[in-house]
Design a protein around this ligand. Structure first.
Ligand code: AQP
Length: 344
C-alpha cells in the first residue's frame, strides 16, 4: 500500500495541505490540488490532512462522511501521495487542531471574520441560519497550519484570503504575547494551478457539492461514465479557435481545452495548435481517451484500496501518530505562553 520511499535530505520547509471529505473527489481536486501535492512531497516535509472538522460546518450524513473520509485517503494514495514519507491523517484524530482553534477564536477579531468572502458565498442569503462553525472556519484553518508551524501552504485563488488571515492571527499572537512562536506561512504555487470549471456551466467551479453528477468527472468514474459525461458536457456551436483570444466569451470551450491541456501537461497554446478548427464531437473523443488514460489507473487503485478499509484506517492511524508528535509540543508551547497552568 505504501511505496516506502525516504524523503530527500534537504527539504525546503514544511507544508500543510487540506482536503474536505465532503463527497467524491473530482478532476478539479486532482488537477488543481492533489497532482501538485504529489510533486511537492519531493521538495518539502508534507502533512496531508483530511479535514473532517471543516466538513461538518455544513450538514454531513454520518455514514457518508465516514465512507468519504476513507475514499479521500484512498484517492490521495492512488494519485501518488506517499503516506510512508509524509503524514496522511484525519483532522479529528489530532485534537490539537480544535484546541488551538479555540485559542485563535480569542485572537481573531470579528471584523476580520466579517471580511471573509467564502463565508458570505457559503452562507448565502440565509446567513442567520449558517452554523457558528462555518463562521469561525478560517480560525480552524489557521490552527491546521500553525499547529505544525508550517512554513508553506499550497493555496488556490479561493483560499488566499484564508491564508492571509492565518498570517494575521500568527502575527497578532506573537505581538500580543511578545513571542516568536509562529512563523508566517507563505503561499506556495506548484504546477499550472488549473482551475477546473463545471462541465455543465463554465462559469461555476467543478465542485463535490454540485447536485448534478454530470457537472464533474469523479476520480471514481469508470471509462463509460467519463465518456457519457464528456459527451454531455455543455459546448457552443462554433469550431475550436486557433488562439487563446478566440476563447473570449466561450467559457465552456475554454474549460474543456484547459482540462485537455492540464491532462496532457501542455499549455493552452500548444493544445490549440493541435485542435484548431475541429468540431467538438472530434475533440470530445480525444478528451475522453485522455481523461480515461489518466483517471483509469487511479480509479482502479482506489477501488483496490477501498476494498480493504481496515488497511486504510491503519495508514491513517500511523499518519495521526506522526502529526500528533509534531502538534502536541506546539500546543503545549501555546498553552504555556497564554498562561494555562500545566497539567499535573
Ligand atoms: N474546481 C476546482 N479546480 C481546481 N482546484 C479545485 N479544488 C477544489 N475544486 C477545484 C482544490 O481542491 C483542494 C481541496 O478542496 P476542498 O475539498 O478542501 O474544498 P473545495 O475547494 O470547497 O472543493 P469542492 O469540491 O468545491 O468541495 P465542496 O463542494 O464541499 O465545497 C483545494 O486546494 C481546492 O482549491
Amino acid at each position: 500500500m505504501t511505496s516506502g520511499s525516504t524523503p530527500p535530505a534537504a527539504l525546503s520547509g514544511r507544508i500543510l495541505s487540506g482536503i474536505q471529505p465532503t463527497g467524491s473527489l473530482h478532476l478539479g481536486n486532482y488537477l488543481g490540488a492533489i497532482r501538485n501535492w504529489v510533486a511537492l512531497q519531493k521538495e518539502f516535509e508534507c502533512l496531508f490532512c483530511i479535514v473532517d472538522l471543516h466538513a461538518i460546518t455544513v450538514w454531513q450524513d454520518p455514514k457518508e462522511l465516514m465512507r468519504s473520509t476513507r475514499e479521500v485517503a484512498a484517492g490521495m494514495i492512488a494519485a501518488g501521495i506517499d503516506p510512508a514519507a509524509n503524514a496522511l491523517f484525519v483532522q479529528s484524530h489530532v485534537p490539537a487542531h480544535a484546541q488551538l482553534a479555540w485559542v485563535f477564536n480569542c485572537i481573531a477579531r470579528l471584523g476580520w471574520l466579517n471580511r471573509m468572502t467564502q463565508f458570505k458565498d457559503k452562507a448565502g442569503k440565509n446567513r442567520e441560519n449558517a452554523s457558528a462553525g462555518l463562521y469561525v472556519y478560517p480560525n480552524l484553518m489557521a490552527a491546521d497550519i500553525l499547529v505544525y508551524k508550517a512554513t508553506h501552504v499550497p493555496v488556490g485563488e479561493d483560499q488566499k484570503q484564508h491564508l492571509e488571515l492565518a498570517r494575521d492571527i500568527a502575527q497578532k499572537f506573537n505581538n500580543d504575547y511578545g513571542v516568536e512562536v509562529f512563523p508566517l506561512p507563505e503561499p506556495v504555487i506548484k504546477g499550472p494551478g488549473t482551475r477546473v470549471m463545471s462541465l455543465r456551466d463554465g462559469s461555476k467551479k467543478m465542485s463535490k457539492s454540485d447536485p448534478s453528477d454530470f457537472s464533474r468527472l469523479n476520480m471514481t468514474d469508470d471509462a463509460d461514465a467519463i465518456a457519457g459525461k464528456v459527451r454531455k458536457a455543455t459546448t457552443d456551436p462554433h469550431p475550436l479557435p486557433d488562439s487563446v483570444a478566440g476563447l473570449e466569451g466561450r467559457a465552456e470551450a475554454a474549460n474543456l481545452l484547459n482540462i485537455y491541456a492540464a491532462l496532457t501537461d501542455r499549455t493552452l497554446e500548444q493544445v490549440l495548435a493541435e485542435v484548431a478548427g475541429q468540431q467538438f464531437s472530434a475533440f470530445k473523443g480525444k478528451l475522453t481517451d485522455t481523461a480515461v488514460s489518466v483517471l483509469g489507473p487511479i480509479n482502479a487503485e482506489m477501488k483496490r484500496l477501498m476494498s480493504d478499509p481496515a488497511e486504510i484506517d491503519k495508514v491513517l492511524a500511523k499518519g495521526a501518530a506522526k502529526a500528533n508528535a509534531i502538534a502536541e509540543p506546539v500546543l503545549s508551547e501555546v498553552y504555556k505562553t497564554v498562561g494555562f497552568l500545566p497539567r499535573g
